[in-house]
Design a protein around this ligand. Structure first.
Ligand code: AMP
Ligand code: GLY
Length: 420
C-alpha cells in the first residue's frame, strides 16, 4: 500500500516510523515532513490547505490511505474533499471535526447527551460574559470557541483575570476563534488523555497516556503543546477507562451518528479525573502530540490494518497488542518556547542518542541542511524510551537526552513525576 501522512511534528514522525515497519507498506510519503521524517519517508512539499494539490498528488502516486496528523486540515474539510475524489483517509470529516473546532459544539453535545463536563454558558458579547463572571466568581475558565493553536484557554484565578480575558477575546486577540466565548466552571483533579479509534460505530480504546502541559518543572509556568508524556497512566485504572467509554465516548459517538456525520478516526478526550470520576475538558479530533510518540512506542501490532479498519468501518475484531513495558518521552524545546525563540541552531549526537537501547528520538521542529540537523520550531525533539516501569523508561529517556548536544534547547527534568 502507498500511504501519505500529512503533518510535520513529532507526532507525524512517530506515525511514519511505525507505518514504515508495516509489511503491507509499499511506499510512504509525508507532507511536508521534517528533518527526521526524511529518514523514514519521502518528504513532499505539499500544502495541505490546497486540497486540489493533495488530491492530484494522491492520484499520481496511487495513494491508498491519507493519514491526517494535525487538526487544521481536518477542521478545514480535507477528508471531505478526498472522499469526494474517492481517496480513503484516516481522520474525521469537517462536520465531526467540530468536536475540536468548536468548543460550543462539544459543550452542547455534552448537555444534550448528559456527558459529564464543567457547567458552562456561551457568550457573544462582553457585557453578558462579565455579568456571568461576577455572578459565579473565580476560579473560572474562559475559552475562545474556535481553534487557537492551544492558546485559547485561560484558567483565571481571579475575577479580574477572567474579565480581562473575555475583553481580550472579544477585542479580537484570537480573531474569529474568539467571536464566541465559552465560560465554564473550574474543575479540580488530575488530568489524563484518553484515546480511542472510532470507525463511525465501533470504539477501540488505545493504551492510556498522560501529557505535561506546563512549560516548567512541577507543572509551573505557561501552557504549551505538551512537554513530555508517558504511557500507561496509572490514574486511568480499568474502572476509569470503562467509565470514560460508557459515560463520555459512547454518547459522543451516538451524537454524531444522530447528526448524520459518524465519527471516523482517533478521538482524543482531554479528561479531568475529579472526585466524581472522569469529566470531559475538551475533545481533539487527532492524536495528541507528544502522547502519540509514547503510544506508537508501545504498540506492538502493525498499525496499518488498524488505520485502514478505522477508515473502512470494520474495527470490530481488531485487537492491537501493546507491550507491557512503559514508555516515556521528553520534549526538547527551543529556549524561549512557548514564547518567542530563535531558529537555526545546530543539534548534535541525535544518532548516538537514537542508538541507545530501547530509545527513539522523534524529531518535530527540525530541518536537515548539509548533513546537519537544525532547530526549526518551538518543540524540536521528542526523546522516547521504553522500560519495564515508568521509572526505568524515564531513566532511559533522560540518558538519551543527556547524550544530545544542543546549546539552545531546554527540557523539563521531571517528566513522569505523577506516576513515580
Ligand atoms: P484545553 O485547550 O481545553 O485542553 O485547555 C487547556 C488546559 O486548560 C487544560 O489542559 C487544563 O489544564 C485547563 N482547563 C481547561 N478547562 C478547564 C476546567 N474547566 N477546569 C480546570 N482546568 C481547565
Ligand atoms: N498534547 C496535547 C495535544 O496534542 O493537544
Amino acid at each position: 500500500m502507498n500511504i501519505l501522512v500529512i503533518g510535520s511534528g513529532g507526532r507525524e514522525h512517530a506515525l511514519c516510523w511505525k507505518i514504515q515497519q508495516s509489511p503491507l507498506l509499499t511506499k510512504l510519503y509525508c507532507a511536508p515532513g521534517n528533518g527526521g521524517i526524511e529518514d523514514v519517508a519521502s518528504c513532499v512539499n505539499l500544502d495541505s490547505s490546497d486540497h486540489e494539490a493533495v488530491i492530484s498528488f494522491c492520484q499520481t502516486n496511487k495513494i491508498d490511505l491519507v493519514v491526517v496528523g494535525p487538526e487544521a486540515p481536518l477542521v478545514n474539510g480535507l477528508v471531505d474533499d478526498l472522499d469526494k475524489a474517492g481517496i480513503s483517509s484516516f481522520g474525521p470529516n469537517k462536520f465531526a471535526s467540530q468536536l475540536e473546532g468548536s468548543k460550543g459544539f462539544t459543550k452542547d453535545i455534552c448537555a444534550k447527551y448528559n456527558i459529564p463536563t464543567a457547567a458552562y454558558q456561551k457568550f457573544q458579547n462582553s457585557e453578558d460574559a462579565v455579568a456571568y463572571i461576577k455572578k459565579n466568581g473565580a476560579p473560572i475558565v474562559i475559552k475562545a470557541d474556535g481553534l487557537a493553536a492551544g492558546k485559547g484557554v485561560i484558567v483565571a484565578m481571579s475575577e479580574k483575570e477572567a474579565i480581562d480575558a473575555v475583553n481580550d477575546m472579544f477585542a479580537g486577540s484570537f480573531g474569529d476563534a474568539g467571536a464566541e466565548v465559552v465560560i465554564e466552571a473550574f474543575l479540580e483533579g488530575e488530568e489524563a488523555s484518553f484515546f480511542a479509534f472510532i470507525d463511525g460505530e465501533n470504539i477501540l480504546p488505545l493504551a492510556t497516556a498522560q501529557d505535561h502541559k506546563r512549560v516548567g518543572d512541577g507543572d509551573t509556568g505557561p501552557n504549551t503543546g505538551g512537554m513530555g508524556a508517558y504511557s500507561p497512566a496509572p490514574v486511568m485504572t480499568d474502572e476509569m477507562c470503562d467509565r470514560t467509554i460508557n459515560e463520555i465516548i459512547k454518547p459522543t459517538v451516538q451524537a454524531l451518528k444522530d447528526m448524520g456525520a459518524p465519527y471516523k478516526g482517533v478521538l482524543f478526550a482531554g479528561l479531568m479525573i475529579t472526585d466524581k470520576g472522569p469529566e470531559l475538558i475538551e475533545y481533539n479530533c487527532r492524536f495528541g502530540d507528544p502522547e502519540c510518540q509514547v503510544l506508537m512506542t508501545r504498540l506492538e501490532s502493525d498499525i496499518l490494518p488498524v488505520l485502514m479498519a478505522t477508515a473502512e468501518g470494520n474495527l470490530d475484531g481488531i485487537t492491537p497488542k501493546w507491550t507491557s513495558d512503559a514508555a516515556l518521552t521528553v520534549v526538547m524545546a527551543a529556549k524561549g518556547y512557548p514564547g518567542s525563540y530563535e531558529k537555526g541552531s545546530v543539534i548534535k549526537n541525535i544518532e548516538a542518542a537514537n542508538a541507545l537501547e530501547k530509545t527513539n528520538v522523534f524529531q518535530a521542529g527540525t530541518r536537515k541542511e548539509g548533513g546537519q540537523i537544525l532547530a526549526n520550531g518551538g518543540r524540536v525533539l521528542n526523546v522516547a524510551a521504553l522500560g519495564k516501569t515508568v521509572k526505568e523508561a524515564k531513566d532511559n529517556a533522560y540518558k538519551a537526552v543527556e547524550a544530545i548536544e544542543w546549546q539552545d534547547g531546554f527540557y523539563r527534568k521531571d517528566i513522569g513525576w505523577r506516576a513515580l
